[in-house]
Design a binder for this molecule. Structure first.
Ligand code: ZN
Length: 246
């Protein structure tokens, strides 16, 4: 490895672009990633040696790779991706979608076979209309998944709430305790179902304990023993926070 060039570790996809920013105010090496634009942005202190930066990248390479593999694109770019690519993530699984325009169609129809989703749409529909249809379709899938998980979870916890899907930038879920109303981040559609279940459980438990105190985490561990594994998957996104303004 070159001692004077900052290089992407070899295990990372070669099409991933690396952008290096040197900052005098920066104290630590930081990474940001966009898995839509496929750009890894590294911010480094002005005088940080190249060797140290390369070692840092090397140490983070596996995290970056698993992030690229596991997480879906940012919600805002999700429709854009659906427009352009045939591969997307649904509940942590790689799926394919096809759009078939048909002159004979007056309304859209979806056929699902295993991990393949085919959208048959009227010929005259604009790209935007297709995107909106797909967006609503996938949102319904998320709502359905919530409805599927709900009875068992609510019976086990002895708690009940209403659920709403929202686009949120900084939270996976919120709970309005007074109204027993839970908002679920629409991005959870992209992650494994265990993550959705964890977020639902977490928010429901706020009906018992509002704060993130020891009691709360005791309850969480009692009712959702594997919560740490799900939180870790979700955390990768905080850790390598997504840029969604591309
Ligand atoms: Zn919470």
């Amino acid at each position: 490895m070159s001692e004077n060039r900052i290089m992407l570790p070899a295990i990372l996809p070669p099409e991933l672009k690396l952008q290096v920013k040197r900052r005098s105010v920066c104290r630590h090496l930081q990474l940001k990633i966009s898995n839509v634009a496929y750009v890894l942005t590294l911010t480094a202190p002005l005088k940080c040696p190249v060797r140290q930066i390369n070692a840092f990248l090397q140490a983070e390479a596996e995290n970056i790779l698993s992030f690229l593999q596991k997480s879906g694109p940012a919600r805002e770019n999700y429709l854009k991706l659906l427009q352009n690519k045939e591969v997307f993530y649904l509940f942590g699984q790689e799926c394919k979608r096809y759009v078939v325009r048909q002159a004979s169609k007056t309304a859209a129809e979806v056929k699902q076979e295993a991990e393949t989703y085919t959208f048959y749409v009227p010929q005259a529909w604009t790209q935007e209309a297709v995107a909106t249809f797909m967006h609503n379709y996938f949102r319904r899938l998320l709502m359905q998944k919530i409805a599927d998980l709900r009875p068992e979870l609510e019976t086990r916890l002895g708690l009940t709430a209403s659920y709403h899907i929202r686009r949120m930038k900084t939270r996976w879920g919120t709970c309005n305790v007074a109204k027993a109303k839970i908002n679920i981040n629409s991005d959870l559609l992209l992650f494994p179902v265990s993550c959705l279940e964890y977020v639902m459980c977490h928010e429901l438990l706020h009906l018992k304990e509002r704060r993130h105190n020891r009691h709360f985490y005791e309850l969480l561990t009692e009712y959702c023993p594997d919560w740490r594994a799900s939180a870790e998957i979700l955390c990768k996104r905080h850790y390598l926070c997504l840029l969604d303004n591309l």
